[in-house]
Design a protein around this ligand. Structure first.
Ligand SMILES: *Cc1c(COP(=O)(O)O)cnc(C)c1O
Length: 393
Protein backbone atom coordinates (compact mmCIF):
# COMPACT_ATOMS: atom_id res chain seq x y z
CA UNK A 1 0.00 0.00 0.00
CA UNK A 2 1.31 3.44 -0.88
CA UNK A 3 -0.97 5.53 1.27
CA UNK A 4 1.73 6.85 3.65
CA UNK A 5 2.12 10.60 3.82
CA UNK A 6 3.92 13.01 6.11
CA UNK A 7 1.90 14.28 9.09
CA UNK A 8 0.06 17.49 8.22
CA UNK A 9 -0.18 16.73 4.49
CA UNK A 10 -3.83 16.69 3.37
CA UNK A 11 -5.11 13.39 2.01
CA UNK A 12 -5.14 12.52 -1.69
CA UNK A 13 -8.75 13.47 -2.44
CA UNK A 14 -8.34 16.79 -0.60
CA UNK A 15 -5.20 17.62 -2.60
CA UNK A 16 -6.97 16.67 -5.84
CA UNK A 17 -9.71 19.19 -5.13
CA UNK A 18 -7.66 22.01 -3.56
CA UNK A 19 -3.96 21.91 -4.53
CA UNK A 20 -3.15 24.81 -6.87
CA UNK A 21 -6.81 25.84 -6.79
CA UNK A 22 -7.25 28.69 -4.30
CA UNK A 23 -10.35 30.82 -5.06
CA UNK A 24 -9.49 33.46 -7.70
CA UNK A 25 -8.01 36.49 -5.86
CA UNK A 26 -9.96 39.10 -7.84
CA UNK A 27 -13.43 37.52 -8.11
CA UNK A 28 -13.48 34.67 -5.62
CA UNK A 29 -14.30 32.19 -8.42
CA UNK A 30 -14.07 28.78 -6.76
CA UNK A 31 -12.90 27.11 -9.96
CA UNK A 32 -9.67 28.38 -11.56
CA UNK A 33 -10.69 30.41 -14.65
CA UNK A 34 -9.59 29.47 -18.17
CA UNK A 35 -7.03 32.18 -18.85
CA UNK A 36 -7.41 32.36 -22.63
CA UNK A 37 -4.59 34.82 -23.18
CA UNK A 38 -1.28 34.63 -24.98
CA UNK A 39 0.38 37.60 -23.30
CA UNK A 40 0.24 39.68 -20.09
CA UNK A 41 0.38 43.46 -19.49
CA UNK A 42 3.61 44.55 -17.79
CA UNK A 43 3.88 47.33 -15.19
CA UNK A 44 6.80 49.04 -16.91
CA UNK A 45 9.36 47.07 -18.92
CA UNK A 46 10.06 43.78 -17.14
CA UNK A 47 7.41 44.51 -14.51
CA UNK A 48 5.68 41.15 -14.63
CA UNK A 49 2.59 40.45 -12.54
CA UNK A 50 3.17 37.19 -10.64
CA UNK A 51 5.82 36.16 -13.18
CA UNK A 52 3.47 35.84 -16.15
CA UNK A 53 5.00 37.04 -19.41
CA UNK A 54 3.86 34.80 -22.32
CA UNK A 55 1.63 31.72 -22.24
CA UNK A 56 4.13 29.26 -23.72
CA UNK A 57 6.33 29.96 -20.68
CA UNK A 58 3.49 30.02 -18.14
CA UNK A 59 -0.29 30.42 -17.98
CA UNK A 60 -2.28 30.59 -14.71
CA UNK A 61 -4.71 27.78 -15.66
CA UNK A 62 -1.76 25.57 -16.53
CA UNK A 63 0.00 26.59 -13.30
CA UNK A 64 -3.05 25.43 -11.32
CA UNK A 65 -2.92 22.03 -13.06
CA UNK A 66 0.86 21.74 -12.66
CA UNK A 67 0.67 22.46 -8.93
CA UNK A 68 -2.15 19.95 -8.49
CA UNK A 69 -0.29 17.22 -10.42
CA UNK A 70 2.85 17.83 -8.35
CA UNK A 71 0.86 17.60 -5.11
CA UNK A 72 -0.78 14.34 -6.23
CA UNK A 73 2.48 12.67 -7.27
CA UNK A 74 4.35 13.91 -4.19
CA UNK A 75 6.96 15.90 -6.13
CA UNK A 76 7.79 19.59 -5.95
CA UNK A 77 7.57 20.35 -9.69
CA UNK A 78 4.77 19.58 -12.16
CA UNK A 79 4.72 20.24 -15.93
CA UNK A 80 1.73 19.93 -18.26
CA UNK A 81 2.04 19.13 -21.97
CA UNK A 82 -0.09 18.92 -25.11
CA UNK A 83 -0.02 15.09 -25.02
CA UNK A 84 1.59 12.19 -23.23
CA UNK A 85 4.04 11.75 -26.10
CA UNK A 86 4.96 15.45 -25.95
CA UNK A 87 5.79 14.94 -22.25
CA UNK A 88 7.90 11.89 -23.13
CA UNK A 89 9.75 13.67 -25.93
CA UNK A 90 10.47 16.66 -23.70
CA UNK A 91 11.78 14.41 -20.91
CA UNK A 92 14.04 12.42 -23.24
CA UNK A 93 15.54 15.57 -24.73
CA UNK A 94 15.98 17.05 -21.26
CA UNK A 95 17.94 14.02 -20.05
CA UNK A 96 19.59 12.35 -23.09
CA UNK A 97 22.19 13.45 -25.63
CA UNK A 98 23.37 11.73 -28.85
CA UNK A 99 25.27 8.57 -27.93
CA UNK A 100 23.15 7.94 -24.84
CA UNK A 101 21.26 4.73 -24.28
CA UNK A 102 17.94 3.84 -22.66
CA UNK A 103 16.48 0.65 -21.27
CA UNK A 104 12.76 0.37 -22.03
CA UNK A 105 10.07 -2.23 -21.27
CA UNK A 106 9.73 -4.93 -23.95
CA UNK A 107 5.97 -4.36 -23.80
CA UNK A 108 6.00 -0.55 -23.64
CA UNK A 109 3.05 1.47 -24.93
CA UNK A 110 3.31 1.29 -28.75
CA UNK A 111 3.64 5.06 -29.20
CA UNK A 112 6.47 5.16 -26.66
CA UNK A 113 8.31 2.40 -28.51
CA UNK A 114 7.78 4.20 -31.84
CA UNK A 115 9.16 7.45 -30.37
CA UNK A 116 12.38 5.68 -29.35
CA UNK A 117 12.59 3.34 -32.32
CA UNK A 118 11.72 5.72 -35.17
CA UNK A 119 12.43 9.24 -33.87
CA UNK A 120 15.11 9.41 -31.19
CA UNK A 121 17.14 6.67 -32.87
CA UNK A 122 17.73 9.17 -35.69
CA UNK A 123 19.46 11.48 -33.20
CA UNK A 124 21.76 8.72 -31.98
CA UNK A 125 19.80 7.86 -28.82
CA UNK A 126 19.34 4.10 -28.72
CA UNK A 127 17.00 1.94 -26.66
CA UNK A 128 17.08 -1.72 -25.62
CA UNK A 129 13.70 -3.38 -24.92
CA UNK A 130 13.87 -5.68 -21.89
CA UNK A 131 11.42 -7.68 -19.78
CA UNK A 132 11.39 -5.43 -16.69
CA UNK A 133 10.11 -8.25 -14.49
CA UNK A 134 13.58 -9.85 -14.94
CA UNK A 135 15.99 -7.71 -12.86
CA UNK A 136 19.04 -9.66 -14.01
CA UNK A 137 18.12 -9.00 -17.65
CA UNK A 138 17.71 -5.29 -16.90
CA UNK A 139 21.15 -5.20 -15.27
CA UNK A 140 22.68 -6.96 -18.29
CA UNK A 141 21.06 -4.44 -20.64
CA UNK A 142 22.50 -1.44 -18.80
CA UNK A 143 25.56 -0.10 -20.62
CA UNK A 144 27.88 1.45 -17.99
CA UNK A 145 28.47 5.13 -18.65
CA UNK A 146 26.00 5.19 -21.58
CA UNK A 147 22.63 4.25 -20.13
CA UNK A 148 21.10 7.54 -19.09
CA UNK A 149 17.48 6.57 -18.57
CA UNK A 150 15.59 3.52 -17.31
CA UNK A 151 12.01 3.70 -18.58
CA UNK A 152 9.40 1.85 -16.54
CA UNK A 153 5.77 1.26 -17.37
CA UNK A 154 3.68 -0.60 -14.81
CA UNK A 155 1.13 -2.03 -15.25
CA UNK A 156 2.04 -2.37 -18.93
CA UNK A 157 -0.23 -1.94 -21.90
CA UNK A 158 -1.90 -4.26 -22.88
CA UNK A 159 -0.36 -7.25 -21.04
CA UNK A 160 -0.56 -5.70 -17.55
CA UNK A 161 2.87 -6.90 -16.41
CA UNK A 162 4.00 -5.48 -13.06
CA UNK A 163 7.52 -4.09 -12.64
CA UNK A 164 9.15 -3.55 -9.23
CA UNK A 165 9.64 0.23 -9.19
CA UNK A 166 11.70 0.34 -5.96
CA UNK A 167 14.08 -2.43 -7.06
CA UNK A 168 14.52 -1.02 -10.58
CA UNK A 169 15.06 2.54 -9.33
CA UNK A 170 17.75 1.24 -6.95
CA UNK A 171 19.46 -0.58 -9.81
CA UNK A 172 19.35 2.50 -12.06
CA UNK A 173 20.73 4.73 -9.30
CA UNK A 174 23.72 2.40 -8.79
CA UNK A 175 24.49 2.82 -12.52
CA UNK A 176 23.96 6.61 -12.56
CA UNK A 177 20.76 6.43 -14.65
CA UNK A 178 17.54 8.40 -14.20
CA UNK A 179 14.38 6.36 -13.58
CA UNK A 180 11.16 7.50 -15.26
CA UNK A 181 7.83 5.75 -14.62
CA UNK A 182 4.98 6.02 -17.08
CA UNK A 183 2.25 6.03 -14.41
CA UNK A 184 -0.65 6.37 -16.88
CA UNK A 185 -2.32 3.01 -16.18
CA UNK A 186 -2.23 3.30 -12.39
CA UNK A 187 -2.79 7.06 -12.02
CA UNK A 188 -1.28 8.87 -9.03
CA UNK A 189 -4.14 7.61 -6.87
CA UNK A 190 -3.14 3.97 -7.19
CA UNK A 191 0.65 4.28 -7.42
CA UNK A 192 3.28 6.80 -6.28
CA UNK A 193 6.51 6.27 -8.24
CA UNK A 194 8.47 9.09 -6.57
CA UNK A 195 7.81 7.66 -3.10
CA UNK A 196 9.11 4.32 -4.43
CA UNK A 197 12.42 5.91 -5.48
CA UNK A 198 11.82 6.93 -9.11
CA UNK A 199 13.05 10.32 -10.34
CA UNK A 200 10.20 11.07 -12.73
CA UNK A 201 6.47 10.26 -12.82
CA UNK A 202 4.99 10.71 -16.28
CA UNK A 203 1.40 10.60 -17.55
CA UNK A 204 -0.76 10.60 -20.55
CA UNK A 205 -3.39 12.74 -18.76
CA UNK A 206 -5.63 11.81 -21.72
CA UNK A 207 -6.42 8.66 -19.74
CA UNK A 208 -7.34 8.41 -16.03
CA UNK A 209 -6.21 11.91 -14.95
CA UNK A 210 -8.58 13.56 -17.43
CA UNK A 211 -10.93 10.62 -17.07
CA UNK A 212 -13.73 11.69 -19.43
CA UNK A 213 -12.30 11.01 -22.92
CA UNK A 214 -12.58 14.70 -23.79
CA UNK A 215 -8.96 15.92 -23.80
CA UNK A 216 -5.46 14.89 -24.91
CA UNK A 217 -2.66 15.86 -22.52
CA UNK A 218 0.53 14.83 -20.78
CA UNK A 219 2.41 15.50 -17.56
CA UNK A 220 5.78 15.17 -15.87
CA UNK A 221 6.35 15.43 -12.11
CA UNK A 222 9.82 15.51 -10.54
CA UNK A 223 11.11 16.35 -7.08
CA UNK A 224 14.74 17.19 -7.90
CA UNK A 225 15.38 20.91 -8.55
CA UNK A 226 18.18 20.39 -11.10
CA UNK A 227 16.10 17.94 -13.16
CA UNK A 228 13.13 20.30 -12.84
CA UNK A 229 15.16 23.18 -14.28
CA UNK A 230 16.11 21.06 -17.29
CA UNK A 231 12.49 20.03 -17.90
CA UNK A 232 11.23 23.60 -17.43
CA UNK A 233 13.80 24.90 -19.93
CA UNK A 234 12.86 22.27 -22.52
CA UNK A 235 9.12 22.68 -21.94
CA UNK A 236 9.45 26.33 -22.90
CA UNK A 237 12.14 25.85 -25.55
CA UNK A 238 10.25 23.03 -27.34
CA UNK A 239 6.82 24.51 -26.70
CA UNK A 240 4.57 21.42 -26.57
CA UNK A 241 2.57 22.89 -23.67
CA UNK A 242 -1.01 22.21 -22.59
CA UNK A 243 -3.37 24.98 -23.68
CA UNK A 244 -5.50 26.67 -21.00
CA UNK A 245 -8.77 24.91 -21.90
CA UNK A 246 -7.05 21.51 -22.01
CA UNK A 247 -5.35 22.23 -18.68
CA UNK A 248 -8.74 23.17 -17.19
CA UNK A 249 -10.35 19.93 -18.40
CA UNK A 250 -7.60 17.79 -16.86
CA UNK A 251 -7.83 19.76 -13.61
CA UNK A 252 -11.57 19.20 -13.55
CA UNK A 253 -11.01 15.49 -14.12
CA UNK A 254 -8.46 15.22 -11.30
CA UNK A 255 -11.01 16.40 -8.73
CA UNK A 256 -12.86 13.05 -8.98
CA UNK A 257 -9.83 10.82 -9.62
CA UNK A 258 -10.00 9.09 -6.22
CA UNK A 259 -13.67 8.09 -6.45
CA UNK A 260 -13.34 7.14 -10.10
CA UNK A 261 -10.32 4.88 -9.49
CA UNK A 262 -12.12 3.11 -6.65
CA UNK A 263 -15.09 2.39 -8.94
CA UNK A 264 -12.87 1.42 -11.90
CA UNK A 265 -11.06 -1.03 -9.61
CA UNK A 266 -14.31 -2.50 -8.21
CA UNK A 267 -15.77 -2.99 -11.69
CA UNK A 268 -12.56 -4.37 -13.22
CA UNK A 269 -12.17 -6.90 -10.40
CA UNK A 270 -15.76 -8.10 -11.00
CA UNK A 271 -15.19 -8.30 -14.78
CA UNK A 272 -11.91 -10.22 -14.32
CA UNK A 273 -13.56 -12.70 -11.98
CA UNK A 274 -16.45 -13.15 -14.43
CA UNK A 275 -14.05 -13.82 -17.33
CA UNK A 276 -11.94 -16.26 -15.31
CA UNK A 277 -13.16 -19.75 -16.09
CA UNK A 278 -15.57 -18.60 -18.81
CA UNK A 279 -15.44 -21.36 -21.46
CA UNK A 280 -14.86 -18.87 -24.32
CA UNK A 281 -11.89 -17.28 -22.51
CA UNK A 282 -8.47 -18.95 -22.63
CA UNK A 283 -6.76 -16.61 -20.14
CA UNK A 284 -7.74 -13.54 -18.09
CA UNK A 285 -5.00 -11.03 -17.34
CA UNK A 286 -5.61 -8.72 -14.35
CA UNK A 287 -3.15 -7.93 -11.54
CA UNK A 288 -5.99 -8.28 -9.03
CA UNK A 289 -6.31 -12.02 -9.74
CA UNK A 290 -4.27 -14.17 -7.32
CA UNK A 291 -2.76 -16.21 -10.18
CA UNK A 292 -1.35 -13.11 -11.96
CA UNK A 293 2.47 -13.39 -11.72
CA UNK A 294 2.70 -9.78 -10.48
CA UNK A 295 -0.21 -10.01 -8.02
CA UNK A 296 1.77 -9.79 -4.77
CA UNK A 297 4.07 -7.06 -6.06
CA UNK A 298 1.07 -5.07 -7.30
CA UNK A 299 -0.62 -5.49 -3.91
CA UNK A 300 2.48 -3.99 -2.29
CA UNK A 301 3.14 -1.09 -4.66
CA UNK A 302 -0.40 -0.15 -5.72
CA UNK A 303 -3.34 0.94 -3.60
CA UNK A 304 -5.70 -1.15 -5.78
CA UNK A 305 -5.39 -2.94 -9.14
CA UNK A 306 -6.97 -0.45 -11.54
CA UNK A 307 -9.47 -0.55 -14.39
CA UNK A 308 -7.66 -2.37 -17.20
CA UNK A 309 -8.37 -6.04 -17.99
CA UNK A 310 -7.06 -8.10 -20.93
CA UNK A 311 -8.09 -11.57 -21.99
CA UNK A 312 -7.38 -14.14 -24.68
CA UNK A 313 -10.26 -15.59 -26.66
CA UNK A 314 -10.15 -19.39 -26.83
CA UNK A 315 -11.43 -19.58 -30.42
CA UNK A 316 -8.54 -17.45 -31.72
CA UNK A 317 -7.87 -14.22 -33.59
CA UNK A 318 -11.01 -13.92 -35.73
CA UNK A 319 -13.26 -14.69 -32.75
CA UNK A 320 -11.45 -11.98 -30.77
CA UNK A 321 -11.92 -9.45 -33.59
CA UNK A 322 -15.61 -10.37 -34.00
CA UNK A 323 -16.22 -10.16 -30.25
CA UNK A 324 -15.02 -6.55 -30.18
CA UNK A 325 -17.81 -5.61 -32.63
CA UNK A 326 -20.59 -7.34 -30.64
CA UNK A 327 -20.56 -5.47 -27.32
CA UNK A 328 -23.05 -2.63 -26.87
CA UNK A 329 -22.16 -1.07 -23.49
CA UNK A 330 -18.41 -1.44 -24.14
CA UNK A 331 -17.69 0.90 -27.06
CA UNK A 332 -15.21 -0.32 -29.67
CA UNK A 333 -12.42 2.22 -29.62
CA UNK A 334 -8.81 3.03 -28.79
CA UNK A 335 -7.66 4.87 -25.67
CA UNK A 336 -8.64 4.11 -22.08
CA UNK A 337 -9.22 5.56 -18.65
CA UNK A 338 -12.53 7.33 -19.27
CA UNK A 339 -15.75 6.85 -17.32
CA UNK A 340 -17.19 4.84 -20.24
CA UNK A 341 -16.12 1.26 -20.92
CA UNK A 342 -14.09 0.59 -24.06
CA UNK A 343 -13.11 -2.62 -25.85
CA UNK A 344 -10.40 -3.08 -28.46
CA UNK A 345 -8.24 -5.59 -30.32
CA UNK A 346 -4.64 -4.46 -29.58
CA UNK A 347 -3.08 -6.51 -32.40
CA UNK A 348 -5.03 -4.64 -35.08
CA UNK A 349 -5.61 -1.33 -33.28
CA UNK A 350 -3.43 0.25 -30.55
CA UNK A 351 -0.51 -2.10 -31.12
CA UNK A 352 -0.60 -2.46 -34.91
CA UNK A 353 2.57 -0.33 -35.09
CA UNK A 354 4.59 -2.93 -33.13
CA UNK A 355 3.63 -5.94 -35.29
CA UNK A 356 6.74 -7.92 -36.19
CA UNK A 357 8.83 -6.38 -33.37
CA UNK A 358 9.75 -7.62 -29.89
CA UNK A 359 6.62 -5.85 -28.68
CA UNK A 360 4.10 -7.80 -30.78
CA UNK A 361 1.02 -8.86 -28.76
CA UNK A 362 -0.98 -12.13 -29.06
CA UNK A 363 -3.49 -12.05 -31.95
CA UNK A 364 -6.32 -13.47 -29.78
CA UNK A 365 -5.97 -10.71 -27.16
CA UNK A 366 -8.81 -8.33 -26.27
CA UNK A 367 -8.27 -5.30 -24.01
CA UNK A 368 -10.95 -3.74 -21.85
CA UNK A 369 -10.91 -0.31 -20.26
CA UNK A 370 -13.54 -1.01 -17.63
CA UNK A 371 -15.59 2.12 -16.98
CA UNK A 372 -17.72 3.14 -14.03
CA UNK A 373 -21.15 2.13 -15.37
CA UNK A 374 -23.33 -0.26 -13.34
CA UNK A 375 -21.28 -3.42 -13.17
CA UNK A 376 -24.21 -5.73 -13.96
CA UNK A 377 -24.67 -4.02 -17.32
CA UNK A 378 -20.98 -4.60 -18.08
CA UNK A 379 -21.14 -8.28 -17.14
CA UNK A 380 -24.33 -8.86 -19.17
CA UNK A 381 -22.80 -7.15 -22.18
CA UNK A 382 -19.68 -9.34 -22.04
CA UNK A 383 -21.80 -12.42 -21.42
CA UNK A 384 -23.90 -11.92 -24.57
CA UNK A 385 -20.83 -11.09 -26.66
CA UNK A 386 -18.93 -14.14 -25.39
CA UNK A 387 -21.85 -16.50 -25.90
CA UNK A 388 -21.35 -16.23 -29.65
CA UNK A 389 -17.56 -16.37 -29.34
CA UNK A 390 -17.97 -19.72 -27.62
CA UNK A 391 -20.31 -21.14 -30.28
CA UNK A 392 -17.40 -22.05 -32.54
CA UNK A 393 -18.22 -19.61 -35.32
C1 LIG B 1 -1.82 6.89 -24.29
C2 LIG B 1 -0.54 6.56 -23.63
C3 LIG B 1 0.63 7.32 -23.87
C4 LIG B 1 0.66 8.44 -24.90
O1 LIG B 1 -0.12 9.51 -24.51
P1 LIG B 1 -0.88 10.51 -25.56
O2 LIG B 1 -1.61 11.41 -24.64
O3 LIG B 1 -1.75 9.66 -26.41
O4 LIG B 1 0.20 11.18 -26.34
C5 LIG B 1 1.77 6.99 -23.19
N1 LIG B 1 1.80 5.96 -22.32
C6 LIG B 1 0.72 5.20 -22.06
C7 LIG B 1 0.82 4.08 -21.09
C8 LIG B 1 -0.48 5.46 -22.71
O5 LIG B 1 -1.55 4.70 -22.47
Amino acid sequence: MTTDRPAGTPGFATRAIHAGQEPDPTTGAVVPPIYATSTYAQDGVGGLRNGYEYSRSANPTRTALEECLAALEGGRHGFAFASGLAAEDTLIRSVCRPGDHLVIPHDAYGGTFRLFDKVHSQWGVTATPVDLTDLAAVERAIQPGRTRLLWIETPTNPLLAIADIAALAGLARRHGAVTAVDNTFASPYLQQPLALGADVALHSTTKYCGGHSDVVGGAIVVDDDVLADKVRFHQNAMGAVAGPFDAWLVLRGLKTLAVRMEQHSDNAQAVAEFLTGHPAVAETIYPGLPDHPGHELAARQMRRFGGMVSFRVAAGEQAAVDLCARTTVFTLGESLGGVESLIEHPGRMTHASVAGTALEVPADLVRLSVGIEDVNDLLEDLDQALREAGSGR
